[in-house]
Design a protein around this ligand. Structure first.
Ligand code: FEO
Ligand code: CA
Ligand code: CA
Ligand code: CA
Length: 648
């Protein structure tokens, strides 16, 4: 659909949002640039898809010589069946235990969860909705004891509130009251909890001094080049340096100094008043972000979400937020140097020269892949010296060339087209309108870039591209090799000379996703079983051996005959491109936030929106409680090996 409507169910709205193209530029696809690695005809036709796919699958890549010794899988678990079930499941020999559910008390004085008597006050002290990114931060260097940080991306009224009905079918949007809105605002944001591996498994320490809820109202600081800029000023913050809350925090990252990066994604959906768009002071900027989306009733009850009443408020969202989980009184900071767009994740690596590199995707069809390189080096001995390291550095956007190289193009005010001629008067302007600046540089429009994950062991970087059914035949290029890309793909980058700060990297398609036995151009290694393939890669994690674990968003009975889940993937040797099914989500859930403890003895995963597509009153699953009085609840699961040892 071309436009979201407030009457659509939230996940439908999100899917539709990502389906909508906000990028109206005509940036050349790779096929238009430089001489082709494949001929134009090969790239465009279905033959081209299978040629490229075949190259990836056979390990027949021309660019990345791989060790040839690994002919047996490095994953020893027996894979599970890919199907749709009301309950979740994990590979034999492992245990998957629910650690935290929506509504669980996390702060002192929090009431027990009662979905028929929920309040904003209760929700502000309980675990929020739609858990997404998970980060584990060890305490005292222990792999069995630490802080779990969790993003709460968004809310589904139809699954949270009795009698609400499906937003798309039952047109209940008008029934969302101020009380509902205030509960929703408290169910967004994030949670910090102390957790410990005990004799009875991983447990939450409910009275920990570290436990914290962050919501859509938590006061935060605007930091970096945009702090104090006129376009950041509102009636709440006349100096443009403060902001209330974060929302739609999707994936994220953990810095080497133990802070949490929470990435704000579809922030456009929370704003109201489409009538005020034409002639608005920020019209071009709002349109490029797909705003106002009007998916929520927040603007009806809170003026700041009305673009007419508070014209700059949306400029204060769409950032990466840095939070110190070890100090529950600390003020979260929006790090504007990392740019403003629909941030999916913010995964970090310390470069060989000591600087920090943050890899980021802008999750919308035809949007871009970015990286940030810090100006200063990371102080590995004194974490406090890194406090404002993310305020200075260079943000770059990727152009994937046919030649197999990525060019990282700096988004710097005064350079190239980023000048007054195009209405950029400062670096703050460039960062507030990062997408438009990247358009002007000729970045490559991608098939929904989600997690962009560096592998510390190999120096590779994996780019998860979920799908893009809007890509037409004449928009296909070798980095986005399929028209109507329903199932997504994964690209691997190798920075030039192992230097993540370099302006170039090699790239290659690791795998194109979907059923390899169907005629959809999927390219898993032929060793992959009927359970081992997947669609819609979204988040991922790397274990201590440098092995890739992929989490998906969008598999279903209808689309792939399977729920979302976790698949483990070989990236080297003859089995490169082989994946195995490790964990299956309950029906309707998306798998988010996979993260290992430092010793790989636990893998934490977040099941977001279980029961999606159904309602509170008639849920398709009641996971994880299976109690007739409770709706399905988004929950974090701890996966461990029975009897101990490494997962997988
Ligand atoms: Fe929130 Fe891009 O998934
Ligand atoms: Ca995601
Ligand atoms: Ca990740
Ligand atoms: Ca997603």
């Amino acid at each position: 659909m071309s436009e979201r409507s407030p009457t659509h169910s939230k996940s439908v709205a999100f899917e539709a949002s990502e389906d909508t193209r906000c990028n109206t530029t005509d940036n050349p696809t790779i096929g238009d640039i430089i001489e082709a690695r494949f001929t134009r005809r090969q790239v465009l036709g279905s033959l081209g898809v299978s040629v490229i796919a075949g190259m990836a699958a056979s390990g027949g890549n021309l660019l990345f010589p791989k060790p040839v010794n690994a002919t047996t899988s490095t994953f020893t678990f027996n894979e599970i069946e890919a199907k749709v079930t009301a309950n979740h499941a994990v590979a034999n020999g492992h245990s998957a235990d629910v650690l935290l559910r929506w509504g669980d008390p996390v702060l002192p004085g929090a009431p027990e969860f009662d979905p028929t008597d929920q309040s904003a006050e209760a929700q502000a002290m309980q675990f929020g909705y739609n858990n997404d990114f998970l980060g584990f931060i060890p305490l005292n260097d222990s792999a069995d004891h630490g802080l779990l940080v969790v993003n709460h991306e968004y809310t589904n009224e139809e699954l949270m509130f009795p009698g609400m009905g499906r937003q798309d079918r039952d047109k209940k949007f008008a029934d969302v009251t101020k009380d509902h809105v205030n509960i929703e605002m408290m169910a967004h944001g994030g949670t910090v909890v102390e957790i410990k591996n005990t004799d009875s498994g991983w447990q939450v320490i409910s009275d920990s001094k570290y436990n914290r809820r962050i919501t859509a109202e938590t006061e935060m600081e605007i930091s970096g080049p945009c702090a104090g800029h006129d376009r950041m000023k509102t009636s709440y913050s006349t100096d443009g340096k403060k902001v209330r809350g974060m929302f739609n925090n999707c994936a994220g990252g953990i810095t080497p100094w133990g802070t949490w990066l929470a990435a704000e994604e579809n922030v456009n959906g929370y704003f109201w008043n489409k009538e005020a768009l034409a002639g608005h002071s920020e019209e071009r900027n709002l349109r490029r972000m797909g705003a106002p989306g009007q998916w929520y009733n927040w603007g009806k009850f809170h003026d700041r979400f009305d673009i007419a009443k508070e014209p700059n408020e949306l400029n204060r969202f769409g950032w990466v937020v840095e939070i110190d989980p070890k100090d529950p009184t600390s003020t979260p900071k929006k790090r504007t140097a990392l740019g403003r767009f629909k941030h999916e994740g913010a995964e970090t690596i310390v470069n060989k020269d000591g600087r920090l590199v943050v890899y980021m995707g802008d999750d919308q069809r035809f949007d871009y892949v970015y990286k940030f390189v810090s100006q200063a080096k990371v102080d590995t001995k004194n974490p406090h010296n890194n406090t404002d390291l993310l305020d200075a550095g260079v943000l770059s956007v990727a152009r994937f060339n046919e030649s197999g190289w990525v060019d990282w193009m700096p988004l710097v005010y005064g350079k190239g087209p980023l000048t007054e001629e195009n209405d950029f008067a400062s670096q703050a302007d460039v960062l507030i309108e990062t997408r438009r600046a990247a358009d002007l540089l000729g970045a490559t429009p991608m098939d929904r870039p989600e997690d962009v994950q560096p592998n510390k062991h190999t120096g590779s970087v994996y780019v998860m591209l979920t799908n893009n059914t809007r890509r037409k035949n004449d928009q296909v290029d070798s980095a986005n090799p399929r028209a109507e890309n329903k199932f997504g793909h994964i690209i691997e980058l190798q920075p030039s000379r192992g230097d993540h700060a370099a302006s170039k990297a090699r790239w290659e398609v690791l795998v194109t996703c979907g059923d390899p036995t169907a005629n959809v151009g999927a390219s898993f290694n032929p060793e992959t079983t009927k359970n081992g393939w997947f669609g819609m890669p979204d988040n991922c994690a790397i274990d201590t051996d440098g092995r890739l674990w992929v989490a998906t968003d969008g598999n279903s009975a209808k689309k792939t005959g399977r729920t979302d889940g976790v698949w483990a993937m070989e990236t080297a040797g003859k089995l490169r491109g082989t994946s195995r099914h490790f964990y299956r989500c309950p029906e309707g859930a998306e798998l988010c936030g996979p993260t290992f403890t430092p010793d790989d003895t636990a893998l934490f995963v977040a099941n977001q929106h279980p029961g999606d597509g159904s309602t509170f009153d008639q849920p398709s699953t009641r996971w994880p409680d299976f109690d007739e009085s409770l709706p399905p609840r988004p929950s974090v699961v701890a996966i461990t090996r029975i009897g101990g040892g490494r997962v997988g």
